[in-house]
Write a protein that binds this ligand. Structure first.
Ligand code: URA
Length: 214
């Protein structure tokens, strides 16, 4: 198992503490995974279990992995942000009363920058043969804000990736080229059911790719 250094975790907690986020979930998986999955940020469930993708989206993701002959233990799972970004909202209870609760939200650019050194270190240390980005947040973190999953999904990219340069206070491109395979976030099928077919087709193509290169 690969484990990110404790001082880097502390740095991540420190850098993000001014924002409305909670918890910290480490990436998880072996030092030599078949591939690395880069998601968005943990949700309520993950903060509770401390393990990425253990909620409803996780079930969906595990089914996709299984469809290409892989299990959680074979891959390294991480995301752009490692704390849960939340916003307060009200929820109507069955008895009609309103209660305040936290809802998930997408991470902001500042939050992504706060945790950039963590993802950069994971990628440098693990050097995955293939990075599968799940949704726009993971994709844009690595290849830039213009990238759109709807346009790029299901096709292998060979491209430099972005890493955070603390001196320049900017993301800069790596010299090295990485293999990136963009696909949809597993949760997207819950709020946009027609995406399921596209997502499943991406995973079928990914399975082919793994067979060719494996
Ligand atoms: N979405 C993510 O990106 N990561 C998780 O761990 C759960 C949901």
């Amino acid at each position: 198992m690969y484990k990110i250094a404790d001082d880097l975790v502390q740095l991540g907690i420190e850098r993000i503490k001014e924002f409305p986020v909670e918890g910290f979930v480490r990436g998880s998986g072996p030092l030599h995974p078949a591939l690395m999955l880069v998601g968005e940020a943990p949700g309520e469930n993950e903060v509770e279990t401390g393990i990425p993708f253990t909620g409803r989206a996780g079930k969906e993701l595990m089914a996709s992995l299984e469809s290409v002959g892989l299990a959680r233990e074979d891959v390294y799972i991480t995301s752009a942000v490692r704390s849960r970004p939340y916003k307060w909202g009200s929820k109507k209870e069955r008895n009609g009363t309103m209660t305040e609760r936290k809802y998930n939200r997408a991470p902001t650019k500042k939050e992504i920058i706060a945790h950039a050194p963590i993802l950069d270190t994971e990628i440098r240390d693990i050097h995955p043969p293939l990075i599968v980005t799940l949704g726009n947040i993971g994709l844009q973190r690595l290849v830039g804000p213009k990238a759109k999953v709807t346009q790029l999904h299901g096709v292998l990219m060979e491209t430099p990736i972005l890493m955070w340069d603390e001196d320049k206070q900017a993301f800069t491109e790596t010299e090295e080229v990485y293999h990136i395979f963009p696909t949809f976030h597993p949760a997207s099928v819950f709020y946009n059911p027609p995406v399921r077919e596209l997502k499943d087709e991406d995973w079928r193509k990914l399975g082919e790719l793994l067979r060719i290169n494996g």
